[in-house]
Design a protein around this ligand. Structure first.
Ligand code: SER
Length: 326
């Protein structure tokens, strides 16, 4: 499956200070130690992202800045991970639209001009809405998102498909579920509770959840999300049949279910529920996703179930806490 992959192409990761971007940067550098990999963001990133390689500080919504970075490093492949997530986007709708849309259109334009060859852009389960079938949500279904973030992701998907059809742009995309990681904190998302819960469990042994106990949402351990991202980018272009964005599934659980998995390791852990405005967003999203097409087209398979995710989260966060206390 990876035979066609051109290892010589210089890579740019935009949004490398963020939750996905930072782990993606580190994974790509580990996989390709001799390949030029440029990390970038509008703000400084952690030491582990910024120091060991090349880092550029710039604003991807400014086309001249993007052009300059791409030209300077002769970039051929872009991972565009910069975005404003669902909760923050509800607070700043115009800013969210501007960031989420302009960044994508800028990158797609460079691909249309054949300056870059391949683009990865993440979509989300947020493209679905209240009217979408909630269980095993199919690839092609009703998409009437009820959030600014979801509207921007759905519009982005249509732009990706359009640039592919009209200009032959090689753009690849995945609809990420909520992502869980101990290395970098998430920011401004509705699914963030599934990360916060671990931090609180370790620090205080209790957590007040902003979603109700039975709010089931699609989720994924970061290791799987990074694998999926690299896998869709490494597959031959002819395998990528969907050019809007692929459904992608890992696990699905409710706050009550993750709390009881956590209690297997920390038996005294206590959870309470105080739903806030984020519940309204969660209520519009699916409970589980049908990702058969990704599995068929480019061989996607998730590895982490709920138990393995919980185990890794606790082990990872405990090791971080131990390092900090030294
Ligand atoms: N994790 C995102 C959010 O909650 C969904 O893609 O906004």
């Amino acid at each position: 499956m990876y035979l066609f992959y051109d290892m010589s192409k210089n890579i740019l990761i935009v949004g490398a200070a963020g939750q996905i971007g930072s782990e993606l940067t580190q994974k790509l550098r580990e996989l390709h130690p001799n390949r030029p990999i440029v990390a970038s963001d509008i703000r400084h990133a952690d030491y582990a992202v910024e120091k060991p390689g090349v880092f550029e500080l710039f604003d991807v919504t400014q086309m001249d800045q993007l052009r300059a970075v791409v030209a300077k490093h002769q970039i051929k492949e872009v991972y565009l991970m910069a975005a404003m997530l669902s909760v923050t986007a509800e607070k700043y709708p115009e800013k969210a639209w501007q960031l989420n849309m302009t960044s994508l259109l800028n990158v797609l334009e460079l691909a249309k001009e054949k300056i870059i060859d391949t683009v990865f852009w993440p979509s989300s389960i947020a493209v679905f809405g209240r009217t979408t079938p909630k269980i095993e949500t199919p690839q092609v279904t009703i998409t009437e998102p009820n959030t600014v973030y979801g509207i921007s992701k759905l519009a982005g998907e249509r732009w990706c498909a359009y640039y592919h059809e009209k200009y032959g742009v090689d753009v690849r995309s995945i609809r990420y579920p909520g992502l869980i990681s101990w290395k970098t904190p998430p920011g401004g998302g509705t699914t963030d509770y599934a990360v916060d819960i671990f931090h609180h469990a370790i620090k205080t042994g209790k957590y007040e959840c902003f979603l109700t106990e039975n709010t089931k949402l699609p989720m994924m351990y970061m290791y799987d999300a990074i694998r999926a991202t690299i896998q869709i980018m490494q597959t031959d272009s002819s395998n990528v049949k969907i050019r809007s964005s692929y459904n992608l599934a890992g696990i699905s659980f409710s706050p009550k279910e993750i709390a009881s998995a956590l209690q297997e390791i920390i038996p005294d852990f206590k959870i309470t529920y105080q739903p806030d405005s984020r519940q309204t967003i969660a209520d519009t999203w699916p409970q589980s996703i049908d990702d058969q097409i990704a599995r068929k087209d480019w061989g996607w398979q998730h590895r982490y179930d709920l138990e393995a995710t919980v185990r890794e989260m606790i082990t990872g966060l405990r090791s971080l806490a131990a390092v900090k206390s030294i």
